[in-house]
Design a protein around this ligand. Structure first.
Ligand code: FAD
Ligand code: NAP
Length: 496
């Protein structure tokens, strides 16, 4: 490369993006040298601004001083399930937002909210504009129970119920009827426990959280006094973790109500379990079988609400009331276990049992959905088929997060799998498998397309306007934030 060409490239960078040039100076000596010596930056686009999107972006930006990352998000607000999934009474989990904000504000990262990929812009269009596209759009559907009566009034998916109390605009109208005494939750994962806890928590606790005002008001009037958390297998197979179980055990004004017979053989099996499962099972055994001390007994006697695990039960049918217009109960098949340990299988015994209840919440897992016909999708596993985050048979296309692995794992798990995807992408850049030798227009061409289609993206500083209104509304009522509940209101504020 001649000295003239170098000088010319440097000047081109200076004139074409002064602010980016200036901020590159902060990236350190290496970054400066790299930026001077290349005439353009590899451009990567990420679809989805949940933990997967942000952790993928963070790794790419940190690992190479020249990569530019644009994040496209369907909603006007960022952070995915950290905002719309994580329980309102777990504010410490939401601290990851601070790290994501740092990434979003990096000079080589841009956020484009209010852009629904697959509808407003296709994945093929993104692929033409960028050197690489990473799909990180999560798992926005839910597994269905596939039983008669599933669509009756009074039956909700945990996904919608959680979305409702967390202010997901599409769940605003849910207004679940909480006028019944008994609620049944199907599934024994952490989402099931989140839902049970929110249904049973004292209002004094909830009112200091960022739970939405309509949800808080509905919970003030709630008649739900008993929550059964139903699993198809046994105590050794529950999917929740110990911290969440401990929160249930210690939840003020509630007492556990287990069936001792469900724990037959568990005491003997516990010693052979791996450590985390062992501690979880011991806590369950203690809660179910041990005679509590005097103080705990008093606490339990005073409790006005009850929670319980029911084991070895699968949903068979949601039972309707006499008018056939809402749920009045659930028919459960009684199971036995075949095999042992975490891999044991539930097998029907042929027996069934009816439980009266006015609210059924199905918490048997989330599910990714295809967003664009051009992207390979494994409908059976409900993921984008990939190896180490490289989408199979689709050069330049990657995936991370729940879309890559399926809907399991906490934020830390998602972080690791997103870093892995970023590593695959960087390896491909370095090896030449991913061609970055010619410039790509990136957001310039996508902005043009969106404008033609009447779509106006929300920038990260627009989001910060929404954020500051939400937090100041929260200040007024003693909450960390009062979320805006409609896309229209979010857009209105963003554009002020
Ligand atoms: P998501 O967080 O779902 O992010 C996907 C993003 O993509 C969203 O912002 C979505 O709006 C966007 N998107 C979707 N479609 C499109 C499109 N077509 N175009 C553009 N953007 C799109 N983990 C913990 O560690 N602690 C917890 O307390 C905890 N609580 C949880 C509570 C619930 C109810 C759930 C379901 C999960 C919880 N988790 C928790 C797990 C954690 O939320 C996940 O590990 C993580 O959010 C997965 O990240 P993701 O980015 O793959 O998906
Ligand atoms: P999950 O952990 O996979 O639990 C799903 C539950 O549904 C299991 O009990 C499962 O039982 C049951 N189930 C699945 N299919 C069923 C069917 N057809 N019939 C009856 N039961 C069925 O899923 P999740 O609770 O949605 O949580 C998703 C992820 O987010 C998890 O990794 C979780 O840890 C994480 N999360 C974390 C937190 C937190 O850290 N506080 C909070 C919420 C969520 P089987 O085991 O028998 O399949």
């Amino acid at each position: 490369m001649s000295g003239h060409k170098l000088l010319f490239d440097g000047l081109k960078l200076w004139t074409s993006g002064r602010s980016r040039w200036i901020s590159r100076l902060h990236d350190g000596i290496n970054g400066r040298v790299q930026a001077c010596f290349s005439s353009f930056s590899p451009k990567v686009c990420i679809v989805g601004s949940g933990p997967a999107g942000f952790y993928t972006a963070q790794h790419l930006i940190k690992a190479r001083q020249d990569v530019e990352v644009d994040i496209y998000e369907r909603l006007p607000v960022p952070f995915g399930l950290v905002r719309f999934g994580v329980a309102p009474d777990h504010p410490e989990v939401k601290n990851v937002i601070n790290t994501f904000t740092q990434t979003a504000k990096h000079s080589r990262c841009s956020f484009y909210g209010n852009v629904n990929v697959g509808r407003d812009v296709s994945v093929e269009e993104l692929q033409r504009a960028y050197h690489a596209v990473v799909l990180s759009y999560g798992a926005e559907g839910n597994r269905r129970m596939g039983v008669p009566g599933e669509d009756l009034a009074g039956v909700y998916s945990a996904k919608d119920f959680v979305g409702w109390y967390n202010g997901l605009p599409s769940c605003r109208e849910l207004s679940p009827d909480l006028s019944c005494e008994t609620a049944v939750i199907l599934g024994q994962g952490n989402v099931a426990l989140d839902v049970a806890r929110i249904l049973l928590s004292p209002i004094d606790i909830l009112k200091k959280t960022d739970i939405t005002q309509p949800a808080l008001e509905a919970l003030v009037d709630s008649q739900v006094r008993r929550v059964l958390i139903v699993g198809r297998r046994g105590p050794i197979q529950v999917a929740c973790t110990i911290k969440e179980l401990r929160e249930m055990v210690n939840l003020p004004d509630t007492r556990p109500e287990m069936v001792a017979a469900d724990f037959e053989g568990v005491t003997e099996a516990v010693k052979d379990l791996p450590r985390p499962r062992k501690r979880l099972t011991e806590l369950m055994l203690k809660t179910a079988l041990e005679v509590p001390g005097e103080k705990e007994q008093e606490r339990r006697n005073r409790a006005s609400r009850v929670w319980a695990f029911r084991f070895f039960r699968s949903p068979v049918e949601i039972l309707a009331n006499p008018d056939n217009n809402r749920t009045a109960g659930i028919r459960l098949a009684v199971n036995r276990l075949e095999g042992s340990g975490e891999g044991a299988r539930a097998v029907l015994t042929g027996e069934v049992e009816d439980v009266a209840c006015g609210l059924v919440i199905s918490s048997i897992g989330y599910k990714s959905l295809p967003i664009d016909p051009s992207v390979p999708f494994d409908s059976y596993k409900a993921i984008v088929p990939n190896s180490m985050g490289r989408v199979q048979q689709a050069a330049g296309l990657y995936c991370s997060g729940w879309l890559k692995t399926g809907p399991t794992g906490v934020i830390a798990t998602t972080m690791n799998n997103s870093f892995d995807t970023a590593r695959s992408l960087l390896e491909d850049m370095d090896s030449g498998t991913l061609d970055v030798s010619a410039a790509r227009p990136g957001s310039q061409s996508i902005s043009g397309l969106l404008e033609k289609r009447g779509v106006r993206p929300v920038t990260f500083s627009d989001w910060e306007k929404i954020d500051s209104v939400e937090t100041s509304r929260g200040d007024a009522t003693g909450k960390p934030r009062e979320k805006l509940l409609t896309v229209e209101e979010m857009l209105q504020l963003a554009r002020k």
